[in-house]
Design a protein around this ligand. Sequence first.
Ligand SMILES: Cc1cc2nc3c(=O)[nH]c(=O)nc-3n(C[C@H](O)[C@H](O)[C@H](O)COP(=O)(O)OP(=O)(O)OC[C@H]3O[C@@H](n4cnc5c(N)ncnc54)[C@H](O)[C@@H]3O)c2cc1C
Ligand code: HEM
Length: 404
Amino acid sequence: MLSEKTIQIIKSTVPVLEKHGLDITKRFYQLLFTHHPELLNIFNHANQKQGKQQTALANAVYAAAQYIDKLETIIPVVKQIGHKHRSLGIRAEHYPIVGENLLAAIKDVLGSQATDEILQAWAEAYGVIADAFIGVEAELYEQAEQQEGGWEGFRAFRVDRKVKESDVITSFYLVPQDEEAIAVFEPGQYISVKMEIPGESNTHIRQYSLSDAPGKPYYRISVKREDGQQDQPAGKVSVYLHEQVEQGDVVLLSAPAGDFVLDQKDDRPVVLISGGVGLTPLVSMLHTLVETNPNRQITFIHAAQNGDVHAMREQVEELASQHSQVSVYWCYDKPTDHDRATNVFHKEGYVDMATLQEMVPSKDVSFYFCGPMPFMKALYSNLKEYKIAEADIHFEFFGPAGSL
Ligand SMILES: Cc1cc2nc3c(=O)[nH]c(=O)nc-3n(C[C@H](O)[C@H](O)[C@H](O)COP(=O)(O)OP(=O)(O)OC[C@H]3O[C@@H](n4cnc5c(N)ncnc54)[C@H](O)[C@@H]3O)c2cc1C
Ligand code: HEM
């Protein structure tokens, strides 16, 4: 238990730390990776370079500090982060390392403003926050390891099939090398892939949503090749998977994780909306629903630039033709001449209010969506304008969680 005085010190210093947020987090990562270079094998270097992770970790510590006397209210957020940590293999012994380096960074940046009293209060508060994470993650580790077909850490899987889904997206069907059972997952969940890339000094871990229904003898992931642009290097893991990983090769996976999951007890109509490669968790939900709940009405809306990069179209259209519960709707913002000639899409442009008004059967539905950040922001604001209750809006970020 923290003393009332410690709680007051924490609450009164959160704004100061937030003001120097970026400097502290930059310093924090410098210190962390200098003292513990082995952690470079776990953190995503691209997220670091783009500043996404800097903002996520330390800001979460400050946010938690604001709720230091009622941490139970932020447990849902802790769980979401805990899933990511569990899938990356973050363990209790990592927490003191982060704590020490965060405090050292606070001290370095604030200088004499960071009195011993303040540093002591933050050390205690970090300990309480870390314990909340460690507790949540211990449960997640236990679930992942104890469930049938579950496992600890990273397990070797063999690429059974590699299937091109569009010009930029390829699916990998992965079977366990030990030929034992694999854990059932919830549609919407992801696995982490740990990749050793020749010539790279660190391993790279990336998350990929499972794109088929659970209960199959394989896991399917569908990966977009991130080619990069002039000022951006090509994506490390996605390009390596596309170019170098072939049938028969082995990849390392951690057990399924994530709290973006389909509520299968809800029988109301469901609307699954995706942009680009964000379709993967929603395709898993779609396959699951048609296999398990023939009565639930499903609207599947997908936005792609055009037919060349539109993955899994035939697969989804086939499901819709076999199951009258499914309606599909394609929005292309840059259709090709061939798309126009063959009339394969329903709307030219983005998913907008007009799309929702046309496609969504009623306002008493649940929404699940995933896609690029601008797509998610626009959609979220449309759903709010459309007066959809917060509890019916579910989404996943394909990167560190951001704010919509
Ligand atoms: C929960 C979750 C589920 C996901 N599911 C999927 C999925 O189903 N399918 C899928 O394809 N992806 C998915 N992702 C994204 C995936 O994890 C990877 O982020 C993606 O494949 C890119 O990884 P990479 O190693 O190829 O690229 P990275 O090397 O990580 O680079 C990522 C991006 O950053 C840019 N970049 C790299 N370095 C710099 C730099 N120095 N300066 C500026 N820009 C830079 C690159 O150009 C690239 O566009 C998911 C992510 C999450 C969090
Ligand atoms: C109380 C302490 C911690 C807090 C509040 C915290 C918070 C966060 C947050 C908010 C994210 C982003 C989640 C997302 O992707 O949506 C994250 C990711 C991550 N965390 Fe933590 N974290 C803590 C401790 C740790 C520790 C001890 C480690 C291990 C050294 C760690 C390693 C990571 C890694 C590797 C990622 C993913 C990074 C990436 O993909 O770029 N975290 N954490």
